[in-house]
Write a protein that binds this ligand. Structure first.
Ligand SMILES: [Zn+2]
Ligand SMILES: [Zn+2]
Length: 158
């Protein structure tokens, strides 16, 4: 593995406003209604360095007041279907949502006890494999997202 390899988990210098516009454009093209809540939800996910739960989003002070939990959930479900965001985690009650940034990805560590999810802070172990698969299969736009499972330090202490 080359040492000059750019850290794949480091955020590139993307413009958050531009990312938001692109996401809104895609949502609009797919027939989603342009609402303040939609914009707020997208902005929260774009600005967050970690995946967010429904509660994180629904209870955020950055969310306009007229968006209740059910509205936020419906928006998240729609955005997930449109592949604008990705749902992570073990089950519905411990679901996390994260923005899909084209050309970027993250790998995750999931606690099997409490469902907590963390981004892996190591260089991606399979970037090279991905390139090899792409060449060999002649598939394009290949991506991956790894999830490792285990018991988090907090749950392990109990
Ligand atoms: Zn845990
Ligand atoms: Zn990876």
């Amino acid at each position: 593995m080359s040492t000059s390899h750019q850290h794949p988990h480091t955020k590139t210098t993307r413009d958050p406003e531009c990312v938001l516009c692109q996401a809104l454009d895609r949502a609009r093209a797919q027939g989603l209604r342009m609402t303040r809540a939609l914009e707020d939800v997208l902005r929260l996910l774009i600005d967050s360095d970690v995946p967010l739960t429904l509660a994180d989003i629904a209870e955020s002070r950055h969310l306009s007041s007229q968006a209740d939990r059910a509205t936020v959930y419906r928006l998240l479900t729609k955005l997930e279907k449109l592949a604008i965001i990705r749902r992570l985690g073990l089950h519905d009650r411990a679901a996390y949502y994260t923005m899909i940034f084209p050309g970027e990805h993250n790998d995750y560590l999931v606690c099997t006890e409490c469902g907590k999810i963390a981004r892996l802070d190591i260089e991606c172990p399979v970037e090279e494999l991905e390139t090899r698969i792409e060449k060999k299969s002649r598939y394009t736009q290949i991506y991956h997202e790894l999830m490792f499972f285990g018991v988090c330090p907090k749950c392990g202490r109990a």
